[in-house]
Design a protein around this ligand. Structure first.
Ligand code: PMP
Length: 432
C-alpha cells in the first residue's frame, strides 16, 4: 500500500522546495465524498478547507461529476476559435449574476491569470501603469499578480512593470487605525487613499484592486461600506475598482453572493476562480464591455473556457443556486460563529474571530497584545487533524486558522467540526 510518508518523500525529491504541504506529517487525499475525504492510508477527515475554498459543493458531487463525465464523453477541448455551447452558456449566467452592467466575461485557467487580465485591461483602458492595491493582499503567483500582492510570506519578487502603491485598511487588527470605531476607521483609510493618490502618484491611476475579505491574508475583513467609501474617491478621479472575488464569490459569505455587495458598490471589474469549477480548472474576469473591449488586438487563451471546465462550472453554479447554498452559508456560518464566539472570547491567545458566512478565521497572538503566535496556530492545525478535521492556515504571520466548510455543509458536520476545534483549543490550554 502507498503510504503518506512514501508520497511525502517522492514529493520532496521532485517538486520545488517552495511548495510546502500542510502538517508535520503531510497527508495525501485519495478520495472524497460530500464533506469528507480519505487519505491513502484510509483515514477519514471532515474537510473544512475544501482544497482552499475550491471544492465548494462537496467532493464527488453527483450533479458535477455527471456533467463532467457527460462532457468528457462528447469533446474535451475546442478553444475560443469555435462556438462552444457550455462556454457561452456559463458566460451568459455569470454575466447576468455579476451585477456589472453590459457585462462581458473572459475565461482563464487560474485566479492569477484572471488578475493579470484585469491589470492588462485597467492599464490599457486608463493608459496608465499606476495601480493601487491593499496592504496584506494576495492576488496570485504570476509576475503581474505578484506586483499587486503585498503579503510578504507569499511575495517572491518586487520587480514589476506596474507602479503600485498599497492602501491601508483591509487588515484592521494590525492597522495603525485599529483603535477607531467603524466609521472613523473607514474615514481614516479613505483619507490615506486620498493622500496616496495625491502624494505618491501622478493622479492618473488605472485602478484599485481589492479582495472584499482577504483570503490568504487570514480573512481580514474591513467594516461594511469600507470599499464604498474608497470607491467615492476613486470614482471622482475616474480610477477603476476591481473586486477580486476569487475567495469571496458564489455566496460563500452568506449574506451576499459577491463580497463587494457588503460595500454598496458595483465594481468596474471582478475576477473569479476557485469554487466555481468545484475543483476543475476554471477562472475568469467580468468587466463592462467598454473596458473589456479596450483590447483591440487579437487575444486568446488555449484552455480558458474549455468545454470540460465550463460544463463543471455550469453544474456547480446551478447546484449552488437551485439549492440556495448562499442561504445555507448564511445559516451554517451563523451556527459556526455562535459556537466559536464564546470560546474565542474566553481564550486570551485568540485575538479575534472574523470573516463572514462560511469564511471564518481565528488569529492567534501572545496574550496581552497582538504579537503573532504561529506556534499555537500550528498546534491547532495538527490537533484538528488528529481529531479528523482539516482546516487551513493563513494570515500574514501564519498565525491564523481558516475555516471554510463546503457551501452545502450540514448542521451535524458543523457541530462535528466545532467539537474538534474546541477540544483542540482546550488541549492547548491544558484543560483537556
Ligand atoms: N486571488 C485570490 C484572492 C486568491 O486567494 C488566489 C489564490 N489563493 C488567487 C487570486 C490566485 O488564484 P490561483 O491560485 O488560481 O492562480
Amino acid at each position: 500500500m502507498t503510504t503518506n510518508a512514501d508520497l511525502h518523500q517522492r514529493y520532496r525529491a521532485v517538486l520545488p522546495s517552495y511548495l510546502k504541504p500542510l502538517y508535520a506529517d503531510p497527508i495525501s487525499i485519495d478520495r472524497g465524498q460530500g464533506g469528507y475525504v480519505w487519505d491513502v492510508e484510509g483515514n477519514r477527515f471532515l474537510d473544512f478547507f475544501g482544497g482552499v475554498l475550491t471544492t465548494m459543493v462537496g467532493h464527488n458531487n453527483p450533479a458535477v461529476t455527471e456533467a463532467i463525465q457527460h462532457q468528457a464523453a462528447k469533446v474535451l477541448h475546442t478553444s475560443t476559435l469555435y462556438l462552444s455551447e457550455p462556454m457561452i452558456e456559463l458566460a451568459e449566467e455569470i454575466a447576468a449574476i455579476s451585477g456589472i452592467p453590459d457585462a462581458r466575461v473572459f475565461f482563464t485557467t487560474s485566479g492569477s491569470e484572471a488578475n493579470d487580465t484585469a491589470m492588462l485591461l485597467a492599464t490599457s483602458y486608463r493608459n496608465s501603469n499606476e495601480v493601487l492595491a491593499m496592504r496584506n493582499s494576495y492576488h496570485g503567483r504570476s509576475f503581474t499578480a505578484q506586483a499587486i500582492t503585498s503579503h510578504s510570506s507569499w511575495l517572491s519578487t518586487a520587480l514589476s512593470g506596474l507602479s503600485v502603491n498599497f492602501v491601508h485598511g483591509a487588515y484592521r487588527l494590525r492597522s495603525p487605525f485599529r483603535h477607531l470605531d467603524d466609521d472613523e476607521f473607514t474615514e481614516a483609510c479613505t483619507d490615506d487613499l486620498r493622500q496616496i493618490i495625491d502624494m505618491a502618484t501622478t493622479g492618473d491611476v488605472a485602478c484599485l484592486i481589492a479582495e472584499p475579505i482577504q483570503g490568504v491574508g487570514g480573512f481580514a475583513t474591513p467594516p461594511d461600506g469600507f470599499f464604498g467609501s474608497l470607491h467615492k474617491v476613486l470614482a471622482n478621479r475616474g480610477i477603476l475598482f476591481v473586486s477580486d472575488e476569487v475567495q469571496t464569490g458564489w455566496g460563500r459569505t452568506g449574506e451576499h453572493f459577491w463580497g463587494y455587495q457588503a460595500h454598496d458598490i458595483v465594481p468596474d471589474m471582478l475576477t473569479f476562480a476557485k469554487g466555481v469549477g468545484n475543483g476543475i480548472t476554471l477562472a475568469g474576469i467580468v468587466a463592462r464591455a467598454e473596458i473589456m473591449d479596450t483590447i483591440t488586438k487579437l487575444s486568446f487563451s488555449t484552455f480558458g473556457g474549455n468545454p470540460l471546465s465550463t460544463a463543471a462550472g455550469l453544474a456547480t453554479l446551478r447546484y449552488v443556486r437551485d439549492n440556495d447554498l448562499q442561504g445555507n452559508a448564511r445559516r451554517m456560518g451563523g451556527r459556526l460563529r455562535d459556537a466559536l464566539a464564546p470560546v474565542v472570547d474566553r481564550t486570551p491567545w485568540i485575538a479575534e474571530l472574523r470573516g463572514r458566512g462560511l469564511m471564518q478565521a481565528i488569529e492567534m497572538v501572545v496574550p496581552g497584545g497582538i504579537e503573532p503566535d504561529a506556534d499555537r496556530a500550528g498546534r491547532i492545525l495538527e490537533g484538528c487533524k488528529q481529531r479528523g478535521l482539516l482546516v487551513g492556515k493563513g494570515g500574514l504571520y501564519g498565525n491564523a486558522i481558516r475555516i471554510t466548510p463546503m457551501l452545502d455543509v450540514s448542521e451535524a458536520e458543523i457541530d462535528e467540526g466545532v467539537a474538534a476545534l474546541v477540544d483542540t483549543i482546550a488541549e492547548i490550554d491544558g484543560r483537556e
